[in-house]
Design a protein around this ligand. Structure first.
Ligand SMILES: [Zn+2]
Length: 100
């Protein structure tokens, strides 16, 4: 993982949780979304992040057969919503400090 990607890992995790709070997400879709935000994230990065968010109880997985391939859909859990709300407050605090 590049130093820059490693540095911004927390931002990437917050993006993922935010989008999962709006609707179910899946890996490829999230990689495209993150690209829009300027993060070049490949499968070797996104899937371990999704997996660890699931392991930590912030996301749940649902599997669906899409044209013969199993696709994993992720949605946010109550713990995920809680941590996202905490992140929101801290980001606001950080912005106030950085942008004044
Ligand atoms: Zn986004």
């Amino acid at each position: 993982m590049s130093l820059e990607r490693k540095f911004f890992l927390g931002f990437i995790r917050i993006h993922i949780l935010y989008h999962a709070s709006k609707k179910e997400i899946y890996g490829v879709e999230m990689m495209d979304e993150l690209k829009i935000h300027g993060y070049e994230v490949g499968p070797g990065t996104i899937y371990p992040i999704l997996h660890s968010l699931e392991e930590d109880g912030f996301l749940t997985i649902r599997e669906e057969n899409v044209n013969g391939k199993i696709r994993k859909y992720y949605s946010i859990t109550p713990n995920g919503i809680e941590i996202l709300e905490k992140a929101r407050l801290r980001i606001k605090e950080l912005i106030d400090e950085l942008m004044d």
